[in-house]
Design a protein around this ligand. Structure first.
Ligand code: ADP
Ligand code: ZN
Length: 672
């Protein structure tokens, strides 16, 4: 549970006072029964005035760790967050809970800003959100020193790290908070888990005495799956149709171009999707983000530019069409699924080109040798995760220095269906010999496509042009398929038994290659599936799979409760629209699910349901009960008119006929 040299987290309650009040606030304001994991210890520590560094996975529940102390301690909690575009939503969500929250950023006009400032000075705010650049302005510091501050929360604290891709220079100035307000506790929070980042945060934010809290990084409701990449868009569509029809989700691609093409492809095939990347106009980006938060079942196709701070609880899947650069990145991105605790999927398609591209990128990218070595190490860990035949969750947790489940997790692809392995020693030797021969006998280097053609004995134009059918290795690999050979090469690259070089990604030997060629070691490999597809998607042409549904399948209600659930969703959509807030700000799916399951008869009963706090009970109690019981008369099923008929067609046309051909070597035209 504990890391860092400065303290211990855990059971010791330094103050009896904070505990009871914190729990009461959790019940009253948020409507939750109990703290999760480290939340209680963190909150107690901060309520008592201590500094804290909090590491929790995305979706772990970081916000309560500063929101509750801000409510319990006298004064206003100042939250530093880099996410200007999300502040309005964050504040709206808090106000819906009855918390007095406000923000100051560049989107406010003069009068609006003056109002918030006046509220702060009058002690009428529990929480004030600020962008980091504000704290560089003397006027802001002056304003803050004229009010009473209960704590500083530094959200997304890894933005202070110069190694990460989220680095914000403005974060460096935050070290002054401790000097200027030595008596105000500071809590820094991040989902980035490497020790180097912790140390950097502690050092750069000047938090030497902060207690370090490291939560469990497990996200048990997320199912991790990595499938061999064949035709990624088609695989993605099959995955969505089979398992996530009508669900909200995020699809990550590496390049802007592939973001655009994937979004277009999904729309053509009946999945509503919007693109998001740094090349889009700011207003388009803001619009797409806002639609993702507000509409039900919208898919956003994005580069890594998207997602930090997005706290939409019902993201049911995160799909990767390209390999992330590191496990940290992968975990942060996949963690955006299933914050509401309901079943969700992290799905990735991964293939040979991913390895070649990423290795190439590292080599040709800027940065010194140390930078390259570090990037290489990150990639190696990511590749090891992709190629493992053991529990993926176990590997992830071990990566973050945590205890993996002893028996496997039972909720990842390798646990659900153990991959077969085979002795690839001879196959590896054939690949390496081909590379050696080209180089020694011809002084040539080629990429994977040519090597595979030579092994298979294919007389392609390029094979003939270079006389490669004259090589002694020509055709020695006819026993395996093309997909098998690509799998062998991919795994050799992943294990650094082979390397890529230069702008064309030609294959070359590594120091370790010799041990294979000299038969000093064996090369166990993962078997490639016969016909790689996302899942049993039925090539039968039945088209929609279980698709065409509009409700969230993850909610998994017994059939007779579905109409009531849908009625509540329709009621919620109306409320959300009226108030201009995302639906989850009213109630989460998980809360609606519990309401229909328990079917409370009175407002008081409704108040015992998780996620229904005091303010929401007062605002929505009657409305919820009316919507609920209008739909569930004591006798017989509900009337048939559908409260909300989403535009999902009953039977979307079969897409099988018009798959676009995937490009042979998709090139990242435009890296973010
Ligand atoms: P993070 O900021 O760590 O990514 P959040 O603070 O957004 O995570 O919390 C994730 C989700 O879990 C939110 O929907 C939040 O309401 C919910 N949550 C947090 N703590 C609790 C708790 N103690 N009980 C029930 N739900 C919780
Ligand atoms: Zn597992």
């Amino acid at each position: 549970m504990v890391t860092g040299g400065t303290g211990v987290s855990g059971e010791t309650a330094e103050t009896g006072a904070g505990g009871g009040e914190a729990l009461a606030t959790l019940h009253r304001v948020f409507g939750y029964d109990a703290f999760r994991g480290e939340q209680e210890a963190i909150i107690e520590h901060v309520v008592a005035g201590g500094d804290a560094l909090v590491l929790m996975p995305t979706g772990g529940g970081k916000s309560l760790c500063y929101q509750i102390p801000a409510l319990v301690r006298p004064g206003t909690g100042v939250v530093v967050s880099p996410l200007i575009a999300l502040m309005q939503d964050q504040v709206d969500a808090l106000r819906a809970l009855g918390v007095r929250a406000g923000f100051i950023n560049s989107t406010l006009d003069f009068d609006e800003r003056r109002t918030v400032e006046a509220e702060f000075l009058a002690g009428e705010l529990d929480l004030l959100y600020l962008a980091p650049e504000r704290l560089r302005v003397e006027a802001t510091l002056d304003l803050l020193s004229r009010g009473k501050i209960s704590l500083f929360a530094i959200d997304e604290a890894h933005c202070v790290s110069q190694w990460g891709h989220d680095f914000r220079p403005d974060y460096l100035a935050l070290s002054l908070l401790g000097e200027r307000w030595p008596d105000v506790p500071r809590i820094a929070l991040t989902a980035t888990a490497t020790r180097a980042t912790h140390e950097e945060i502690t050092h750069r934010l000047n938090l030497p005495d902060a207690r370090h809290f490291v939560a469990s990084f497990d996200r048990p409701n997320i199912q991790y799956r990595i499938v061999p990449k064949a035709d990624p868009r088609k695989q993605l569509l099959a995955f969505l149709r089979d398992e996530h029809a009508g669900d909200a989700g995020i699809v990550y691609c590496l390049s802007r171009n592939s973001v655009e093409r994937t979004a277009e492809f999904l729309n053509t095939n009946g999945v509503r999707a919007v693109p998001y990347h740094a090349g889009l106009d700011g207003s388009v980006r803001a619009d797409h983000q806002s639609r993702f938060l507000r509409e039900e079942g919208l898919v956003v196709v994005a580069t890594i530019a998207f997602g930090m701070g997005i706290d939409k609880p019902d993201v049911r899947f995160v799909a990767h069409l390209d390999l992330p650069k590191s496990i940290e990145g992968y975990y942060q991105e996949t963690g955006r699924a299933g914050r509401d605790g309901l079943p969700s999927t992290a799905w990735m398609a991964y293939g040979l080109n991913d390895v070649v591209q990423q290795r190439k990128l590292i080599q040709s990218g800027e940065g010194d040798e140390a930078f390259r070595r570090r990037a290489g190490a990150h990639l190696d860990s990511m590749l090891a995760l992709c190629e493992t035949v053991r529990c993926r969750r176990g590997q992830l947790l071990a990566y973050f220095g945590q205890e993996p489940p002893a028996e496997g997790c039972g909720n990842c692809d390798t646990c659900l269906s153990t991959p077969e392995t085979w002795d690839g020693t001879v196959a590896a030797q054939k690949v390496l010999s081909t590379v050696v021969r080209l180089q020694r006998e011809r002084g040539q280097k080629f990429g994977a496509v040519q090597i595979v053609d030579i092994l298979l004995g294919k007389r392609t134009a390029k094979v003939i042009q270079f006389d490669h059918d004259q090589l002694s290795v020509f055709g020695i690999g006819a026993d395996l398929t093309e997909a098998d050979w690509r799998g062998v090469i991919r795994q050799l690259l992943a294990q650094s038994l082979l390397a890529v070089e230069g702008e064309y990604g030609t294959l070359v030997l590594t120091e370790a290659s010799g041990t294979v060629l000299r038969r000093e070691r064996e090369v166990p490999l993962r078997k490639e599936p016969k016909r790689p597809t996302a899942s049993r998607s039925g090539s039968s042409g039945s088209g929609s799979g279980r698709g065409g549904k509009s409700k969230a399948p993850a909610v998994e209600l017994p059939a007779h409760l579905v109409p009531a659930f849908e009625a509540l969703r329709a009621w919620r959509a109306e409320q959300a629209k009226e108030q201009g807030v995302p639906a989850y700000v009213i109630f989460h799916d998980a809360t609606l699910r519990e309401i229909v399951t328990q079917s409370p008869a009175t407002v008081r009963d409704l108040g015992t349901i998780s996620g229904v706090g005091e303010k929401k009970l007062a605002t929505y109690g009657e409305g919820v009960l009316a919507a609920l019981h209008a739909r569930t008369p004591p006798s017989g099923p509900a009337p048939e008119e559908s409260p909300e008929s989403p535009e999902n067609p009953e039977s979307p046309q079969s897409p099988e006929s018009d798959w676009p051909e995937p490009p042979d070597e998709p090139g990242p035209e435009d890296w973010d």
